[in-house]
Ligand binder design. Structure first.
Ligand code: SAH
Length: 342
């Protein structure tokens, strides 16, 4: 738990066996205290007693009585029972699709309690240092000119810190379990015998279409939506299954496969004029929507220079949105459903 009070400059004496006091010392230091440590009651010197404005006794109650007597009348004394096992843990937190307001309160709280935060390219929550004031922040994401840390290495760093007794938050874009390799990270923590918690996040698959006003389901229009990785092209039988389902299809990570994905769906039987949209950089100031049909979308995207991160939405629900009504050419005599809108 974080100490909420500002203890800047306050001399604090922490007494207790090494290993048991580490976490307490860190907590008081984070609050600004100047901490000195005595490893046992026998190490509590008169000088340390005289300087301390607060003493924290950590460990079994039986070891406290002598120290209490030495400190009597000098400063307030608080006691903390010993924790038996190291308190290391892993918390996977879904950051949502963009901005702090789309993260859960549980996620915000986990960051406030974190000792280490391993963050990602798409986990854009703003001022992370302010949200996790007591944590070392490690960026393991891929950015231009900055190499991503390989997955195995991320898991190794995560486990190493948690085994050392620290609370490690693994912050991930969207929801940790949606194309986020969250399952692998949980497995690595479990294998190391660590307690692990997963705080869900708003997935871009669900949140981003909505930020462009595109409903994923709509009464009488679509009663299902399928979220598909566009990382690799669709197998013909997958495309057929999607086309036969008759619902909305949402592709993540599909921008580099836009042509094969849209072509596979028309080959599988979806009409060429099925509405389709790209929502690029949802929830950022650069958010924009590219709206057309299965046939026109790849060309529109290329002309607009659309890129990742984008969500691709295919289905009649696209017609229910204002971006469809505002698409360039919407009112044109040819009726061509094409255009770029914001
Ligand atoms: N776990 C994440 C998805 C990770 S895969 C989640 O639940 O959202 C990364 C893909 O998510 C990107 O290629 C893109 O398709 C999508 N994505 C993430 N954030 C996005 C955003 N703000 N706008 C548009 N697409 C986004």
């Amino acid at each position: 738990m974080l100490i909420e009070t500002d203890l800047t400059g306050l001399p604090v004496l922490v007494v207790g066996p090494p290993g048991l006091t580490t976490e307490t010392v860190r907590r008081y230091q984070r609050a600004g205290a100047v901490v000195s440590v005595a490893a046992s009651p026998g190490d509590v010197t008169t000088a340390a007693c005289e300087m301390a404005r607060l003493a924290v006794l950590v460990g079994p109650a039986a070891t406290w009585s002598g120290t209490r007597a030495a400190l009597a009348g000098r400063c307030p004394v608080v006691t903390e029972p010993a924790r038996e096992a190291p308190r290391g843990q892993v918390v996977l937190v879904g950051a949502g699709p963009g901005g702090i307001e789309l993260m859960t309160l549980a996620g915000v709280r986990a960051l406030a309690d974190a000792d280490v935060v391993l963050t990602d390219r798409l986990a854009e929550v703003g001022d992370l240092a302010a949200l996790a004031p007591g944590a070392a922040i490690v960026d393991v994401g891929k950015r231009p000119g900055h190499h991503a840390v390989p997955q195995g290495e991320i898991e190794r760093i995560m486990v190493e810190h948690a085994v050392a007794g620290l609370t490690v938050v693994r912050l991930k874009g969207g929801d940790p379990y949606v194309f986020g390799r969250g399952g692998e990270e949980v497995a690595a923590a479990v294998e190391a015998g660590l307690p692990v918690t997963v705080v869900p996040g708003v997935s871009s698959a669900v949140g981003v279409p909505g930020c462009a006003g595109i409903p994923l389901t709509h009464r009488g229009v679509s009663h299902a939506f399928t979220v598909v990785s566009g990382h690799v092209p669709l197998e013909p039988r997958q495309a057929t299954a999607l086309a036969d389902l008759g619902g909305t299809v949402v592709f993540l990570m599909g921008m580099h496969n836009l042509v094969p994905l849209t072509t596979a769906l028309t080959r599988a039987g979806l009409a060429h004029d099925t509405p389709a949209a790209i929502v690029e950089r949802g929830f950022t100031p650069d958010q924009r929507s590219i709206v057309g049909t299965l046939t026109t979308l790849p060309d529109l995207a290329a002309r607009a220079g659309a890129s990742s991160p984008s969500v691709i939405i295919v289905g009649e629900v696209v017609r229910q949105s204002a971006v469809w009504d505002r698409r360039v050419g919407a009112a044109s005599p040819s009726g061509l459903a094409v255009g770029v809108t914001s």
